[in-house]
Design a protein around this ligand. Structure first.
Ligand SMILES: C[S@@+](CC[C@H](N)C(=O)[O-])C[C@H]1O[C@@H](n2cnc3c(N)ncnc32)[C@H](O)[C@@H]1O
Length: 454
């Protein structure tokens, strides 16, 4: 049957809900239309941008009748800035939408009729919660400026005066680096033309320690005065570590080898009462307060009694494993980034934890050797990136036959696919799922799930 809509057609649509990823969901006689910038409860006029057999995509061009759940967005850059998508949706409605997305993914993709989804944990702070921001440089008539990509644009950057996701300190550091770049008459990099010099600024702030790490990313060559940059940043006593990285490729990445310009090579953050050293390229959850809540739930689901062998897979700098190590017999972490593993080992020492070991490697490839060393796991914690567990990783995980798997997920759709496979082929039952809102005003939703071997 042909789709009931055509490209470029304008339609009046009522938005029922928010799909994972952040688009509104509307139905036209049962045919699903995903509407960018449509919020639940809105009636919008939307232009169709893409038509497929099963659904269409559209962008709201006018809000005909706003949803009762709409609120005033506080940020002056909203909605042009691509950083936040839902500042104008009441926080309660954001939470409802995210909780429903987790449930819906487990129903639709996971094939579970009644997923055991518990109520979502709201964020402790709705604004200023991020401990790491990555800004792009852009050219303006006044000189280089720093900001975020405009919503939906890879090639255009919006200058930011005040970001509502970082702290006053984070905003002040960004402003100081912009002023430095202008005084030094440096040139911003142009992503489209691939010309210019200054590319990114990464500011990472240990929220519980006050320590700040700053990383400048440039195109090839040393075209700035190191001392001037260091002097600018040292005006902030919180800045402990200043790095520089060169990106010679067109790809917009910041995860690069760094040169230490000044200070310590790492900063410290505190989580769950432990100290963690964080290097520029090491993974750290970007909402410190909610990471502590997330790890608390993972610990609760692991239900350790002191005698367990625990695998902490995709362990980053060891945050989950180390935070539960005092309740386990041994903890064994695996992580692909060597920089993160170096931090994890250092962090075990820093906290005097002697029953945790960490290894660099791909999870799927490392499991056989890990079992030889560590013995059978009683509990496996997995915390993969958005792509979830690969088929190979699921298979090898399944073969370990751990009685409990605690799955920390940042993508309910890949969680749901992995849960389906763990149930169908490896005899696991999904017992609990607790969504956690780590990132208000964005489409992201985290969750912790407990799978028990039947
Ligand atoms: C979502 S982070 C979680 C890190 C840590 N559990 C935490 O809470 O901070 C995912 C981690 O998996 C690592 N990773 C990605 N692919 C991997 C793989 N195939 N094998 C092992 N680790 C991987 C990444 O480097 C990253 O540190």
């Amino acid at each position: 049957m042909a789709a009931p809509v055509a490209r470029d057609q304008e339609l009046e649509l009522h938005i029922d809900s928010l799909a994972y990823g952040g688009n509104g969901v509307a139905r036209l006689n049962g045919f699903v239309v995903f509407v960018r910038r449509g919020l639940p409860g809105d009636t919008v006029r939307a232009r169709v941008t893409k038509v497929k057999r099963s659904h269409a995509e559209a962008t709201a061009v006018e809000v005909v009748e706003p949803s009762a759940k709409r609120v005033e967005a506080p940020c002056a850059h909203y909605p042009a800035c691509g950083g936040c998508r839902f500042q104008d949706l009441a926080y309660e409605a954001q939470l409802d939408a995210k909780q429903e997305q987790v449930r819906e993914a487990l129903r639709r993709i996971g094939g579970i009729a009644e997923p055991p989804v518990e109520s979502i944990v709201p964020a402790e702070a709705q604004f200023f919660y991020r401990n790491k921001l990555e800004y792009s440089f852009t050219a303006t008539p006044a000189g280089p400026a720093l900001g975020f990509h405009k919503a939906g644009r890879w090639d255009e950057v919006l200058e930011i005066e005040k970001c509502w996701l970082t702290s006053d300190l984070g905003n002040a550091i960004r402003g100081a680096v912009r002023d430095w770049a202008r005084e030094e008459r440096l040139e911003a990099y142009d992503q489209r033309e691939q010309t210019g010099y200054l590319r990114h600024l990464v500011v990472r702030e240990g929220r519980n320690t006050g320590q700040v790490l700053v990383q400048l990313v440039t195109a090839a060559g040393e075209r700035f005065d190191r001392d001037q940059l260091v002097e600018t940043l040292r005006r902030f006593p919180e800045v402990r570590s200043i790095h520089w990285a060169v990106n010679e490729t067109p790809a917009e990445v910041t995860n690069l080898p760094t040169t230490l310009l000044w200070g310590e090579d790492a900063i410290e953050e505190q989580l769950c009462g432990l100290r963690f050293r964080v290097r520029p390229n090491a993974f750290l959850q970007t909402n410190t307060a909610m990471a502590e809540r997330l790890y608390g739930i993972a610990g609760e689901f692991a239900a350790l009694t002191g005698g367990e062998t625990v695998y902490d897979l995709y362990c980053g700098i060891g945050t989950i494993g180390l935070s539960i190590a005092s309740h386990a017999l041994t903890v064994w972490g695996v992580e692909v980034s060597e920089e993160s593993v170096a931090c994890a080992l250092e962090n075990a020492d820093l906290n005097g934890i002697s029953n945790a070991a960490f290894f660099a490697g791909e999870t799927a490839d490392a499991l056989a050797e890990l079992r030889d060393r560590a013995g059978d796991p009683d509990v496996i914690v997995v915390d993969p990136p958005r792509a979830g567990l690969s088929n190979k990783a699921v298979r090898r995980l399944g073969r370990l036959e751990a009685p409990r798997i605690v799955y920390v997920s940042c993508n309910p759709t890949t969680l749901a696919g992995n849960v389906k496979e763990l149930a169908a082929s490896w005899g696991y039952t999904l017992e609990r799922v607790r969504p956690v809102d780590m990132f208000p005003h964005t489409p992201h939703v985290e969750s912790v799930s407990l799978l028990v071997k039947r």
